[in-house]
Design a protein around this ligand. Structure first.
Ligand SMILES: [Zn+2]
Length: 131
């Protein structure tokens, strides 16, 4: 049986997100275990677009990337980070999270406002991961 991730506390989610991302910022790869790091939970589907606050819609991010991203879609931010900042975001991780979110939507229903966005971004980010 799948554990219901909706019951996880923010601290537990952050811990799990750090594990999933190998302790690095999903966008720039910064080591979030460093003493000066301030790990954050970044919404993959932005809150303003209706993205839920839950494990499947988050990645561990440094504060700088989280602020810089604003409301960009994940595929836009991966592309601009590559182009403008010379970074290699962890697109495979973001694609895996989008797949998990898509599976949660199938399983639980609801989240109608974001369904198309999740399907579209999952495809785009997966393609970017395979570039
Ligand atoms: Zn970062």
């Amino acid at each position: 049986m799948t554990r219901d991730t909706r019951q996880m506390s923010p601290a537990d989610r952050l811990e799990r997100l750090l594990e999933l991302g190998g302790g690095a910022c999903a966008w720039c790869g910064f080591d979030l275990s460093k003493p000066q790091a301030r790990p954050t939970r970044d919404h993959i589907v932005p809150k303003i677009k209706g993205g839920p606050t839950r494990l499947e819609n988050e990645v561990a991010s440094c504060g700088s990337c989280n602020a810089k991203r604003g409301h960009d879609s994940p595929s836009q931010f991966i592309e601009s980070s590559r182009r403008d900042r010379g970074l290699e975001p962890n697109a495979a991780l973001v694609a895996d999270q989008l797949d998990s979110l898509d599976a949660a939507i199938q399983r639980e229903g609801g989240m109608r406002k974001i369904r198309d966005y999740v399907t579209r971004e999952a495809k785009r980010v997966r393609a970017l991961a395979e570039d």
